[in-house]
Design a protein around this ligand. Structure first.
Ligand code: NAD
Length: 338
């Protein structure tokens, strides 16, 4: 298949090239993100391969279809950036990588939580400056705290297990589908409001849908436990960032660790160290000593990149062979609100 790979970084190219030895697709690399304006670059290609911040809205998909593209391969799990109904109408097959390495994301989530809770980035920065004072670095034990996991799919289930069995937390969970294996180890499913009200730690692992957008907002933050710690490695818009900033200013929130951000499309995955960042909300977020932000890197392990490359290219091979690909995403998969 002739595949236009958008938003390509050196590591994408390395892992896709390695995996392609088995498939023999014709891969072309584009650094640009895919959106309506860059879609003409894919004219004459059979498929496009995209990532989390490419924008596949109806105009972009229409332009792709006009240029002959018939498949969209997301090299990620989330598909909130694709208008699936428009894709279906245009006859475009959309595939994704549902489970490339939930361990990679779960491990990073725990890393963020531990680092934020124990002030590890601040401590490390101090030591580099020969400042060995411990004031301001006091953390809290995780053991015995209540952790709430929103979304107990592949990643959330691993985080719930680690917090319950590894760290001795009480674990509450909320999902539209309950996982009996988690109930068996003592994880307790509750409704979303109860979870958000009763948790000392809230970790988000559900997809971004109309129902989950801004699930952490002003009212939920006002009702949350004092000094609640919030971790988000799922999708930025699960949190109303302005409301989060207000709660941080009033010291209601104990700590925040984010690998994703609502407006990350304008920032993440690029080196902007010589630029003036125009996003004042993001810049304000970075000023809090109890906020830790990384740039959407929870997936970034060798194992995950290998799995992403192999799954993406084999999905495209299935389409080429005229089969319905196993990892196809259809508009019906957008879950209705519970
Ligand atoms: P998954 O599909 O296995 O699990 C998602 C879970 O959320 C499912 O159990 C589903 O039933 C549940 N869910 C759906 N709607 C819900 C709702 N309204 N309320 C509560 N739960 C709901 O997905 P996963 O592989 O565990 O990934 C979770 C999320 O992590 C993805 O949606 C993706 O956005 C994000 N992700 C981020 C990175 C990163 O690098 N930061 C990498 C991979 C995935």
């Amino acid at each position: 298949m002739r595949i236009a790979v958008f938003a390509t970084k050196a590591y994408d190219r390395r892992f896709l090239d390695l995996a392609n030895a088995e498939f023999g697709h014709d891969l072309s690399w584009f650094e640009a993100r895919l959106d309506e304006t860059t879609a003409p670059l894919a004219d004459g290609f059979d498929a496009v391969c995209v990532f989390v911040n490419d924008r596949l809205d109806a105009p972009a998909l229409t332009r792709l279809a006009q240029g002959g593209v018939r498949a969209v391969a997301l090299r990620c799990a989330g598909y909130n950036n694709v208008d699936l109904r428009a894709a279906e109408t245009l006859g475009l097959t959309v595939i994704r990588v549902p489970a490339y390495s939930p361990e990679a994301v779960a491990e990073f989530t725990l890393g963020l939580l531990l680092a934020m809770n124990r002030n590890i980035p601040r401590a490390s920065a101090r030591v580099r400056e020969n400042n060995f004072a411990l004031d301001g670095l006091i953390g809290r034990n995780l053991s015995g705290r209540t952790a709430g996991i929103v979304g107990t799919g592949r990643i959330g289930a691993l985080v719930a297990r680690a917090l319950k069995l590894g760290f001795g937390c009480e674990v509450l969970a909320h999902d539209v589908v309950e996982d009996p294996a988690l109930t068996e180890i003592g994880v307790r499913y509750v409704d979303r409001e109860t979870l958000l009200r009763q948790s000392d730690i809230i970790s988000l692992h559900c997809p971004l849908t109309p129902d989950t957008r801004h699930l952490i907002d002003g009212p939920t933050l006002a009702a949350a436990r004092p000094r609640v710690m919030i971790v988000n490695t799922s999708r930025g818009a699960l949190i109303d960032t302005q409301a989060l900033i207000d709660a941080l200013k009033s010291r209601r929130v104990g700590g925040v660790a984010l690998d994703v951000y609502e407006q990350e499309g304008d920032l993440f995955f690029e080196d902007l160290s010589n630029e003036i960042v125009q996003d004042d909300v993001f810049q304000r977020l970075l000023t809090f000593p109890n906020v830790l932000v990384t740039g959407h890197q929870a997936f970034l392990t060798e194992e995950a990149l290998t799995a992403i490359a192999v799954t993406t290219l084999s999905g495209l091979a299935e389409i080429e062979a005229g089969r319905i690909p196993a990892n196809r995403v259809t508009a019906d998969q957008i879950r209705p609100a519970p």
